[in-house]
Design a protein around this ligand. Structure first.
Ligand code: FNR
Length: 369
């Protein structure tokens, strides 16, 4: 095993066995109300939640965001997720492929996703710090080819790395490296956070660097600061564990991140993730300006509970809830859901104003896909 693999296995164990949700931040989806329509003027059976993403048709705007790979257990998890998304017409990402780039004998733990989902949208994954440490277009191409990917996600995880004694904390020059990749690679580039959120400033920089797809992965779901806190405590590093609790509310809540990313990058494809736990959350995110929603932690928990079948049941529930939310808001299509009536709570409204997003303009302005 490479150095990366045992740590990744640690992460999976911790996320399954412990409470790793943000304890100091929420998604702020509770501040978004989809207005109920007693006369929806659509039929539930006629609701069309399908969308085109990366040149393929998804039955609903839902993806499982990248989590794992690099060891035998991860291969099983990737195949289970892949089978479920293939059957349901959804999309998935694999976890960081660094382990397999360092040790090609681990490639199968990622490529199994394509084997188990021959036609689904599958997304490759590499960490941004690796771009600074010397990964270039060649490594990104290898990662894409390894899994027959439809796109590559570059993940940002500064908040996590800061709480790892062995963390890759050099983010100087990352945006230039992302620009290099986005201009050279043949596949679309997604830049994603990992649970602490992409806000206005980062979204603006990314769009200017040529990135067209942004997964905001905001705060309110999995907290990597919290995951690292468990690891620090298990290793007897109380100082780092206490420092982690100081930052328990750090991050941009997902609903805020969606608004900010959409405001900063009106023509980008915005993926809403981080604490998306129901199809109603998905619907709220889309009404707020996202194109697609992503979910991670509940999928790994479902796998631990009941393998592929439990993953399928979870994803089916999300799709069903989304369709009901569309029906009850009078939205026959995702385009209609994007324009559905919503009411925002004081907290989100005041954050929008403080961040220079004008609510009237935002809610009534053009939302370009
Ligand atoms: C992740 N996530 C992640 N992201 C990434 O880009 N590369 C990776 O290797 C991983 N690894 C990983 C492992 C596990 C066990 C989890 C739960 C998550 C982050 C993930 O894609 C997502 O952005 C966050 O978890 C926030 O979404 P949820 O979990 O709140 O739905």
């Amino acid at each position: 095993m490479t150095l990366t693999s045992p740590r990744k296995l640690d992460h999976i164990r911790i996320t399954i066995d412990s409470n790793v949700s943000h304890d100091g931040a929420s998604t702020l989806f509770e501040d978004v109300t989809l207005v109920y329509k007693a006369l929806p003027e659509v039929s539930l059976n006629g609701v069309d939640a399908s969308i085109e993403f990366l040149g393929k048709k998804l039955s609903a705007p839902i993806m499982v965001t990248g989590m794992t790979g690099g060891h035998a257990v991860a291969a099983k998890i990737n195949c289970a997720i892949a089978k479920a998304v293939e059957e349901l017409g959804l999309a998935m990402g694999v976890g960081s492929q660094r382990a397999a780039l360092e040790n090609p004998s681990l490639s199968y733990t990622f490529s199994v996703a394509r084997k188990c989902a021959p036609s689904a949208v599958i997304i490759a994954n590499i960490g941004a710090p690796q771009l600074v440490k010397g990964y270039g277009i060649e490594e990104i191409r290898k990662a894409v080819e390894m899994i027959g990917a439809d796109a590559v996600a570059i993940h940002l995880n500064a908040a996590q790395e800061a709480f790892q004694p062995e963390g890759d904390t050099d983010y100087a020059g990352v945006i230039e490296r992302i620009r290099d990749v986005a201009s050279a690679i043949e596949k679309p580039v997604i830049v994603k956070e990992t649970g602490h959120g992409i806000g206005l400033e980062a979204a603006r920089l990314l769009r200017a660097a040529g990135v067209r797809i942004i997964d905001v992965a905001g705060a309110g779901g999995t907290s990597w600061i919290r995951v690292e806190q468990y690891r620090a405590r298990a290793k007897g590093n109380e100082m780092l564990a206490t420092a982690a609790s100081t930052f328990s509310s750090t991050g941009i809540p997902t609903a805020q991140a969606v608004v900010e990313a959409r405001w900063a990058a009106p023509d980008a494809c915005i993926i809403a993730s981080g604490g998306v736990r129901s199809g109603l959350d998905v619907a709220k995110a889309i009404a707020l300006g996202a194109d697609i929603a992503g979910v991670a932690l509940p999928v790994i928990n479902a796998y631990a509970r009941g393998g592929e079948e439990a993953i399928r049941a979870l994803l089916e529930r999300l799709v069903t809830e989304l369709r009901i939310a569309m029906f009850l808001s009078g939205s026959g299509s995702l385009a209609e859901l994007r324009g559905a009536d919503i009411v925002l709570g004081h907290r989100l409204l005041s954050i929008m104003k403080a961040r220079g997003v004008e609510p009237e303009l935002y809610l009534n302005g053009p939302r370009v896909l």
